[in-house]
Every structure is written in structure tokens, then in C-alpha cells.
Design a protein around this ligand. Structure first.
Ligand code: F0G
Length: 418
């Protein structure tokens, strides 16, 4: 597969991360394969027990850059479910709705889809160590895959303002965690200064990450028997994910697996919405100092904004932002559907609610929300939400004695009509 600059189209060396001529991000071209033949292969692999076939990434390996089987580090990533979302639908004013739950990945976020490819590639090249900047999920995914590959993992995280659950998980996987006085954007700026030839840089500026993440689009379509939804709604932070989904959909269409692509709606948090602004105003992206309680997407200078903007336009999509209270309330609704997710993921439902209200999305449309992270990724957020006065807060009931205890049990268990 051809690797070239996504800005100036100069052909790139596979060991680079950014274009040597203009500094732009690199991207792989589409694989040159027969659509009907790969469609048959993908279907056959549904009943296979080969670890590469049970992975929702490597199952589509003909559409990925070639990596030798021996080097592949896989943990059955992207074998994620699609759930129906009755309460989410009701909240948004939709007839029906579905969640593609990427939080059901091995480390609890969609990052595993890209990390399996980026770390496998680094492993194949014999790299000793990998590094990333992260708001927590990339860190956890990288640490886990590096542990499996026998590679050292170094993460740069903001010292304050990210979820402790994600950091704890990353420490468990054995990574070296370097906490900096600065935000995600500052951490990524440091990582971008490193020589990608001597350490594997596995942020989503790494084109192998995007190749893995585009498989979330294949998974979604494959699980729906290649029946295309009208809209896919994704949260936007550094914007690797929105660009990967767009690439996946376009490639599936080029192969004849589908005949149209879903429209992509990217939702940002209002305090971290430079992409929503550039979508509205045009021109160059103006970085902001990000501020949001959805810490996963607290990003002010998204690296992949140009790629993502091209995908949003190619899909006739939209970009909007929603405030932190709307995200909190939407997250609570997703919880009540028995699914749950972390705050950043719930920006999707908050955004959908707005897009239905303003008529952008029809209430009868076939919409899928990409839930990017598991509910347990940010337990401190959930705890403080339920201790708050929010409408959907579900306070712990402290019981003083047995009488009170039995009375409470009876009260909750009693049939509603009694
Ligand atoms: N949702 C979750 C749960 C995330 O962790 C992230 C990004 C996003 C959405 C946004 O995706 O950056 O591709 O637009 N988290 C990164 C991290 C930045 O370090 O874990 P994006």
C-alpha cells in the first residue's frame, strides 16, 4: 500500500510519521484488492477460531498494510457489539437508535483498534520502545499492547485533569508514566519532536493507527450485513477517529461492499471545540486552550483536523459542540440503557439530541453513536455526578437500621401498581 503525505502527496518512507517535505500527516492509500473476493473471505472468517480472524481488525487484513503474522500482537480487539438504545432514542426524539460500543475493547476504548496495528508494526521493525501523549486511553492501549509485545512503553500525560482510572490501568500494564505540567497538546508537541526512527511514536499521527481504527467502520458495516446507516456520530478530540471512520467508509464503498457512505457528525465539547469552529468559519484551525470535564477530548490543537475535515465534507457531515452539562446528562441516559460509557463518548448523544432538535437529523433516520470508552474508564466522574443535584443523579441511600433497610427494599421491589 502506498504511503504518502495527506497534504502535499509526496511519497513517504514507511519509517516516518510526518512528511519530510511539508510536515503534513501521512496516510496510506487503499489496498488494491478485489471487493467481491475479500467480502467472501470476511464472511468465511466469521466462523474461524484463528486469533487473526476473531480480531475485528485483522479479520480485514487484506485492507491493511502488510505486517508479518509473527509480528502481530492481537487481543481480539474491535470484536465489539452494536446495542439498541431505547432511552437514548427517546432522549434524542428518535424512533430508534444504536450504540456501537467501542468501549467493549480489551482495554476499554476504541484505541485498541489502532494500537494493535501500530504496535505490531513497531514490533515487526524490532523497536524496543513505544511512546505516546495521552489523555489516558491511548496510554492504556499502548501499554497493554507493548506488554504483550515485550516492548517498553512510555506515556506522557497531563499531571492533572485526566481520569485516575486510566492512569492506574496504564501503570498495571507496566508502562512508565511521565506526568507533565501541561495539557495534552503540550505532551503531543513533545512527542512530535522525537525521532520516530529510534522510538515508535504511536499517537494517531501514526498512519498505522488510522489503518487499525478504520476497521471500526468495517466492523459496524459487517455486523449490519453491509447495510449502511444514515449517520454515524463520533466524539472529536485529536480527530484521528473521525478521519479513520471516514477513510474506512470510503474504502468500503470503493470496494463495492457498500454503495453509499453514512454522513458523519463529529461532536466536540464546547470548551474544546476548535474543529467545530473551523467547520463553521472555514480557513485554518485556530487552537484553543481546552477546558472540559470530558477529559478524554480536552484537546485544543487537534493534529488530524485537516484529514477529519476532508472526511466530514466527503460524507456531507456536520461538526457541532455541546456543553459539559449536556454531556453529563446524556451519559446518565446511556447508563440507564444498561450500557454506560465515559463522558467523551456521551457527547455523541448530547450532539444527536441537538441535531434532531434543529432538524439536521430526521427523527426516523438510521443513526449509530460510536461509544468510544467504557463506563469504568472514569469512575470519579460518575461518582461525583451521582452525588450532585443533576436531574438523573442516583444518590446512594444511607440506611441507619434494619427497619429502614427492609422498608427501602420493599419500597423498590414492590410492583409499581401496588
Ligand atoms: N473518546 C475517547 C474515550 C477518547 O479517549 C478520545 C481520545 C476520543 C473520544 C477522541 O478521539 O482523538 O481520535 O478525536 N483520546 C485520546 C487519548 C486523545 O489520549 O486517549 P480522537
Amino acid at each position: 500500500m502506498r504511503l504518502a503525505c495527506s497534504d502535499c502527496e509526496a511519497i513517504a518512507d514507511a519509517a516516518e510519521i510526518t512528511c519530510r517535505s511539508c510536515g503534513g500527516l501521512l496516510a496510506f492509500g487503499a489496498a488494491d484488492v478485489d471487493g467481491a473476493a475479500v467480502a467472501r473471505l470476511f464472511a468465511e472468517r466469521r466462523s474461524s477460531r484463528d486469533p487473526l480472524d476473531t480480531s475485528g481488525v485483522w479479520r480485514y487484513r487484506e485492507l491493511l498494510p502488510a505486517i508479518s503474522r509473527d509480528a502481530v500482537v492481537t487481543m481480539r480487539e474491535n470484536a465489539v457489539p452494536i446495542y439498541d438504545a431505547p432511552l437514548g432514542a427517546k432522549r434524542a426524539g428518535m424512533k430508534r437508535l444504536a450504540y456501537l460500543h467501542l468501549g467493549m475493547n480489551p482495554t476499554g476504548s476504541f484505541k485498541d483498534c489502532g494500537m494493535t496495528v501500530a504496535v505490531s508494526r513497531a514490533h515487526e521493525r524490532g523497536m524496543r520502545a513505544a511512546i505516546c501523549a495521552s489523555t489516558g486511553n491511548t496510554a492504556a492501549a499502548m501499554a497493554a499492547y507493548c506488554a504483550r509485545a515485550g516492548m517498553a512503553a512510555i506515556v506522557l500525560v497531563p499531571a492533572v485533569g485526566i481520569s485516575a482510572s486510566k492512569v492506574a490501568q496504564t501503570l498495571d500494564y507496566g508502562a512508565t508514566v511521565l506526568a507533565i505540567d501541561g495539557d495534552f497538546d503540550a505532551a503531543l508537541a513533545v512527542v512530535r519532536r522525537l525521532d520516530a526512527k529510534s522510538i515508535a511514536v504511536v499517537n494517531s499521527i501514526n498512519p498505522y493507527r488510522i489503518e487499525g481504527q478504520k476497521c471500526a467502520a468495517f466492523r459496524l458495516l459487517d455486523e449490519r450485513n453491509w447495510n449502511v446507516p444514515d449517520w454515524l456520530v463520533v466524539p472529536g478530540g485529536n480527530l484521528g477517529n473521525a478521519s479513520a471512520f471516514g477513510k474506512g467508509f470510503r474504502e468500503a464503498r470503493a470496494l463495492g461492499l457498500i454503495d453509499r457512505i453514512p454522513r458523519i457528525a463529529v461532536i466536540q465539547a464546547s470548551g474544546a471545540a476548535p474543529f467545530a469552529h473551523v467547520f463553521r468559519d472555514g480557513g485554518e484551525l485556530v487552537p484553543v486552550t481546552a477546558k472540559t470535564t470530558a477529559t478524554a477530548i480536552k484537546i485544543g490543537a487537534p493534529a488530524s483536523w485537516k484529514k477529519a475535515l476532508a472526511e466530514v465534507h466527503a460524507s456531507n457531515g456536520v461538526v457541532i459542540h455541546v456543553d459539559d452539562d449536556a454531556i453529563a446528562d446524556a451519559r446518565a441516559t446511556i447508563g440507564r440503557d444498561g450500557i454506560g460509557c465515559e463522558p467523551a463518548s456521551a457527547a455523541t448523544l448530547a450532539g444527536l439530541t441537538r441535531l434532531v432538535a434543529d432538524g439536521t437529523i430526521d427523527r426516523e433516520a438510521d443513526v449509530v453513536l460510536a461509544l468510544t470508552g467504557h463506563v469504568l474508564k472514569d469512575t470519579a466522574y460518575a461518582t461525583s455526578f451521582h452525588e450532585s443535584h443533576a436531574t438523573q443523579a442516583n444518590r446512594i441511600v444511607r440506611v441507619g437500621n434494619d427497619d429502614e433497610l427492609f422498608a427501602r427494599i420493599e419500597q423498590v421491589a414492590r410492583p409499581a401498581h401496588a
